[in-house]
Each structure stands twice: as C-alpha cells, then as structure tokens.
Design a protein around this ligand. Structure first.
Ligand code: PMP
Length: 430
C-alpha cells in the first residue's frame, strides 16, 4: 500500500519492473473490452419490451382525446405525453414540447435556431455577432461541447465543484460579457462526475445578472430519475420556477429524454421552458416538421403510465447497474488505495464515474489501456475541444459490460494508472 509519492527513485524503479511484467501478461490475454460509451446493457433494454405489447390494439394509436396518432397532428406532442412529462419535470403542460427520439438533437436544433434567428427577446441572431461564447463546466459531456464547437461558438471551461460549477466565476463572466450567450449544464448526476447541483447553485443561476439579455442556460436534465439508491435520491431544485421567481423566466431551456429509461435512440425527448420560449420555438419548429412520432409518444405513456411508473422502472434499472458501480469502486479501492495517485467519484446515480489521475497522466493511461485491450472514452473528451490542460481526467462508463468483464477492465485500468504514474514520477526524478 505504499504511497508512490513518498517512494525513492530505486523503489519506484523496482515497482515499475513488476508492473511491466503484469502489463505484458495482460496483453497476452488479447482482451477486447469497450468502456467508451455510457450505454445500457441488454438486461436493461429488456426491461422495456412491454412497449411493444398490444401493437395493433387501438389503444396503441388512439390518444385519450380520440385523436388518431397514426396521422399528422399535434406539433407540440399528444396531451397525455405532455401531461406525464410536465408532471415529471415540475412544469406546466403549456411549458413543454415533446420532441423526437433524441434530446441531443433538440439541443443541437436549439443552438442552430438561436444562431440563425436568435432566441425569444434577442436583438439579432447569434451568428450576427463576430463571436459568441458558451460557458462549459468541465469535466462535462463531450457531445454538448461538440455541438457548440460545430457552430464555431467559443467555449470557456469553468471548474466543477462538489455542488455544481464554480458560480463565482460564472457570475463574474456573464455579468461583463454580452457575447456569452449560454452555458451547458447537467444538473443531476452530471456526466461524468455524477455531481448534483445544490439549491444555492440553482438560485444563483436563476438570479445572476447577465450582460446578454438573451442569455440561456441549456439545462440537460438527462439523469433526473436515474437514482442508484432509492433511499438516497438527489433532487435538484426546479430551475424554471427559480428563474420565474427571480424575474428571469425566459432564461432556461430544460432538456430531457427517455433514452436511458426505455431504449436509447428510440425514445422521446422533451424541451421545457417558459410559455413565451415554447411559443417562439414552436413557431420555428413548425417550419421544420409537421409533428414528431406520436405513436412512440403514446407507446411510452401506455408503458410508463405515470411518474410513479417511471420511478418503478428506474428501480429495476438500478438493481441491474448498482452492482456494477459498486464493483468498480471496490476494485479501484483494492488496487489503488494508499498509492496517492488517483481519486474517483462515487456517484449516487447517473451513468458515469469520473476518474482523476496525477496531472499529465490521463492520456498515457488511455494509451496503455488501449494497448492492453481496454477502450476508454478518449482522455480530454470531457473538456471543450478535447483539451484538458491538466490531462488528469478519464470517464468510466460501467453500465454496458457484464460485471465480470467490468471487474477485469478495472484491474487493467489500475495497472495502467500505476504504470503511467510511475513513468511521470520517474521522469520528474531523473
Ligand atoms: N445528455 C446527457 C448528459 C447524456 O449523458 C446523454 C447520453 N449519453 C444524452 C444527453 C443523450 O440523450 P439523447 O439520447 O436523448 O440524445
């Protein structure tokens, strides 16, 4: 259990030799383990096969008000879907739009529309500025950053703290720069840290003074029902209500989807915001589509039934994935405790564990892992432009692999972390 930071050069050399043998032995196993993306496993996907019961029954295509969902109509979603998801998100039915199969798509389109047309209350389209900027709490979700990068939006990283992003920095930046138009947030069980924003953070977001009158918070509540422990659930304060109370009701776009509730890529998404924002957005969307897939909306409402129904399903997900999160934590403790070379998060929900190496080691760990047959999410991906100046963060996605594979993967990761850390320490010592 020796602390690597207190070892002599010779002791480190000795340890390095042993680890190299261990690493070479792993390589000989010719493993092919992929932990790069946060996908549900087959057992989780099987939980939602009830979606396809009664496919030909009229209840699967006639909505509660008698509308035939096989036909065009209901641009903002069918009433029962709007009711269910507005209840889940704690907003009014008039404050939601039910979208297509991907909330990421909604986010992309929301940025694209803002660039082309501005948002409700904008003086001009965002693309008419020489440059606009987004704040990016980091580590964060790589696909958020990919959207703003695709539109040439300058991304400014903001440090994550225990209870959300660094609000002192955010408040200062948005107060003085009119070209900062937005911020990416995953407020509950964040990707990848598993952090949940405190009430104070939510209130500060709602109240802060922004130089840009058309500043928007992109509040991606992807993991709002994804608790691992039923008796230890996070609960984020309602941002739309907080914004209304602060007199900034148009400030937030809330995103949500059933991707990790039922079937990713085949679920439904939700945009929630002030009535004015929703009206403004619907007018724009009406030029883009006649309506979303209402059969899927009805299928989801029939299957999920109620907020309680969603929570019950999520408990079944948790029963499958909780042992995986716990196995990761246990093995990492067994292999790395006392060495002083790594720390990792122990989230109470969501899909990821965030792993921190010594500065300058994450890319090397990724490379070593790849060489040993373990694919990890690219080091740096959790930062804007894929660039983590400290090169110290890796994202662990424990849900997809079978538990035995996951354990193997964590053992390999631990060896790679030790090798990379000693390489760095030896480099420093020489
Ligand atoms: N937001 C976050 C924070 C995510 O982690 C993911 C999936 N990894 C998504 C959105 C993707 O959602 P969707 O499938 O609805 O596009």
């Amino acid at each position: 259990m020796s602390d690597y930071l207190n070892m002599s050069y010779e002791e480190l050399q000795e340890e390095y030799k042993k680890l190299q043998i261990e690493y070479e032995n792993i390589k000989k196993l010719n493993l092919n383990l992929d932990m790069s993306r946060g996908k549900p496993c087959k057992e989780q996907l099987d939980l939602s096969m009830g979606l396809f019961d009664n496919a030909k029954d009229p209840s699967s295509y006639i909505s509660e008000d008698g509308f035939d969902c096989r036909n065009y109509g209901y641009l903002s979603g069918i009433p029962e879907a709007k009711r269910l998801f507005s209840q889940l998100l704690g907003v009014k039915e008039s404050e939601v739009i039910i979208g297509g199969n991907s909330s990421l798509n909604l986010m992309y389109d929301t940025v694209a529309r803002a660039m082309f047309f501005g948002v409700y209350g904008s003086e001009k389209p965002w693309m008419k500025y020489e440059k606009i900027k987004f704040l990016c709490p980091s580590p964060g979700y790589d696909r958020h950053f990919a959207i703003t990068e695709a539109f040439g939006v300058e991304m400014i990283p903001v440090e994550m703290k225990e209870d959300g992003p660094d609000m002192d920095t955010i408040e200062k930046l948005v107060a003085e720069d009119e070209t900062i138009k937005g911020i990416w947030c995953t407020p509950q069980y964040s990707n990848p840290d598993g952090i949940t924003y405190s009430d104070e953070v939510v209130d500060r977001f709602a109240r802060m003074k922004t130089k840009a009158s058309d500043f928007r918070i992109f509040w991606d509540n992807a993991y709002c029902v994804h608790h691992l422990y039923d008796d230890d659930r996070a609960n984020v304060k309602n941002i739309l209500t907080a914004c209304k109370e602060a007199g900034n009701e148009h400030r937030v776009f809330i995103f949500f989807s059933t991707s990790k509730i039922t079937h990713p890529g085949a679920g439904i998404s939700v945009l929630a915001s002030s009535e004015k924002n929703i009206e403004f957005t619907l007018n724009q969307i009406s030029k883009q589509t006649i309506c979303s897939d209402k059969l899927n909306q009805l299928r989801h409402v029939n299957f999920l039934k109620s907020v309680e129904g969603i929570n019950e399903l999520m408990k079944k997900h948790a029963a499958i994935i909780r042992p995986k999160f716990e196995a990761v934590d246990k093995i990492l403790h067994e292999k790395l405790d006392g060495k002083n070379i790594a720390r990792w998060t122990n989230p109470k929900g969501g899909y990821f564990i965030s792993f921190f190496t010594l500065d300058g080691c994450a890319r090397r760990v990724e490379e070593l892992a790849k060489g040993a047959g373990l694919t990890l999410t690219k080091a740096g991906a959790t930062y804007p432009y894929g660039n983590n100046p400290r090169d110290n963060n890796l994202r662990i996605a424990p849900t997809l692999p079978p538990i035995e594979e996951l354990k193997k993967a964590m053992e390999i990761l631990a060896v790679c972390v030790k090798v990379a850390s000693i390489e760095k320490l030896l480099g420093k010592a020489s």
